[in-house]
Design a protein around this ligand. Sequence first.
Ligand code: 5GP
Length: 331
Amino acid sequence: MTVATDILAEGKTKTLRPTSQPDELRVAFKDAATAFNGKKYQEMPGKGALNARISALLFELLAAQGIPTCFVRAGSEPTELIYKRLTMIPLEVVVRNFAYGSIVKRFGFDEGMPFNKPLVEFFHKTSDDPQITEDLILELNLVPTAATLEAIKRLTLQINEIFVAFFEARGIRCGDFKLEFGLDPDGTLLLGDELSPDNFRLRDAQSGAVLDKDVFRLDLADLVETYQGLLARMEQPAPVSVSVPSAKLKTYQAEVWVHSRKSILNPESKAILEGIHTLGYGNVQALGAGKRFTLKVAAASLVEAEQTLNQLAQTVLSNPVIEDYELKFKN
Ligand code: 5GP
């Protein structure tokens, strides 16, 4: 039996313990459901193992698509997973495809209404998890750099595409979900936390039946039976038609900005700045000239589009010895 002093951290639904590896954690999912910031609580035998299994399945799905995650392997108990240890970023990142939950209350959308494109919202992980803007996230230094925040958004949208396709192939609408990210000791951004139906809104695409924690929040059905049914559907292989990527090519619009490294003197920038000074604009103190490429790429996923564009930017659009580039998606 594990003694209580082993516990590194304990939340409402998970307990974190060390393993023999200093860079790993043993995460135990509890047989308990909570809602409304802990005001509603119920013990539920079997829930911990279901949440561990569903999370593992979704982490493996993401890893297979090249998404960096904290998941290492399943643990020795059915309720346990082994994670890489991360320094967690205190943000809840919510992505919404359809209007459910707090966004309906906050902005008056019709329940179940589809959004034109996935909406990403940030909430600060404090006692009441207030919504927070990107400017405030940077002002409060909740992430190391603005690029980290961009990477969080990019990963969130990539993960959303993967989950939407995965659930759609099984007749399930992925309404929304919540993610949390962390940094490993090298500063690499990884997906952390859990991927259980506690963090999702999932609906049967035909009947609209609720397949997530809303069954507990709203007293609609037995949560453990609902999660068992969901897991059975998730473990089914996808029909062949949806697993062929070329059947689902999308167009992604992007910009690649190329500029010389800060440490490298760019003769073009120097010449333009000197010209500007000659014209009387002596107050212009610095100038960096660069190139902007606009591109449209047909790809099966945002992950694939990003891989293609990174390769192109590194090998064709920029000179990696003297130049850096930034990749920005426009849709
Ligand atoms: P909402 O903002 O509508 O309450 O939640 C949006 C999505 O994020 C839902 O899928 C919900 O389950 C998830 N979510 C938001 N906050 C939390 C939280 O504190 N805990 C959990 N488990 N999920 C959350």
